[in-house]
Ligand binder design. Structure first.
Ligand code: SF4
Length: 251
């Protein structure tokens, strides 16, 4: 069966300030391919696990609060740009009361190199205030309580639950959406569909780290424009039809 190339997802801004992947336009809609079989899927995660047994987020953080702030800041920004801004910010404020004491203007100055910094500075102050008012200054472990915080949507809540609290959630960003549709692991037309699929099919021993393995694989190997299939540890298991051949010797 000839497999279609997954279309590049379009970012759609949410009320919470995050982004979703827009559904494909009707004119581009193709049948969704079948995912790889369970044995292949288990082998894929076994190899990703063997290649990187203890994956970590590229985002730098000190505690659940700084992780939450970093993930909020990372919407439509690179992890590298967020880390450059938060090193100084978190040295001054690594808990909500300290962030409120800094004030919105100082926060805005620290994060001015990140896209949407005006809105994000407001959200960081507002969510810090709510954490103090409703949760004693702690980051709640419940999804419902996380998702009502300013700037926090489903994806951000999933990342915090997974990384800070060890919940087996699989937040789907543009990298995971692309990888899941290419292989395909849990093909779908929206991030929510892919997340639901992954959280159903990924074998239990791999669920805790699946988010990290897939995001790192998408960011560094299965790149959007030109996946580096020649050095991919799961190339023989992946059904993507347009694999990139190994580069030839330089002339
Ligand atoms: S073989 Fe290529 S397309 Fe398939 S997962 Fe690896 S890098 Fe991505």
């Amino acid at each position: 069966m000839k497999q279609r190339k997954p279309a590049a997802p379009a970012n759609v801004k949410t009320k919470a300030g995050g982004s979703l992947v827009a559904p494909l336009r009707p004119s581009t809609v193709q049948p969704i391919p079948d995912p790889v079989d369970p044995a292949t899927l288990a082998e894929i995660f076994a190899r990703l696990s063997a290649a990187n047994p203890a994956p970590r987020s590229d985002l730098e953080y000190i505690n659940p609060y700084t992780l939450l702030v970093a993930v909020v800041l990372s919407a439509q920004a690179t992890d590298r740009s967020v880390n450059l801004a938060t090193r100084d910010l978190f040295a001054k404020a690594d808990h909500p009361a300290a962030m409120l004491a800094l004030g919105e203007e100082v926060v805005r100055h620290h994060i001015r190199t990140i896209g949407l910094f005006n809105t994000k500075a407001k959200n960081v102050i507002a969510l810090s205030r709510l954490l103090i008012a409703d949760h004693g200054g702690e980051v709640p472990r419940e999804r419902a309580h996380l998702e009502v915080l300013p700037g926090v949507g489903r994806k951000t809540a999933s990342v915090v639950l997974n990384v800070a609290f060890g919940e087996p959630t699989i937040a789907v960003d543009t990298h995971i959406f692309r990888v899941s549709n290419r292989i395909p692991l849990a093909p779908g037309r929206t991030t929510d569909a892919v997340q639901a699929g992954l959280e159903t099919v990924v074998p239990e021993p791999y669920r805790l780290n699946a988010h990290h393995w897939l995001i790192l694989h998408g960011r560094y190997v299965c790149k959007a424009r030109k996946p580096e299939c020649w050095r991919c540890v799961i190339a023989d298991l992946c059904r993507y039809p347009d694999k990139t051949p190994a580069p030839g010797p330089r002339s």
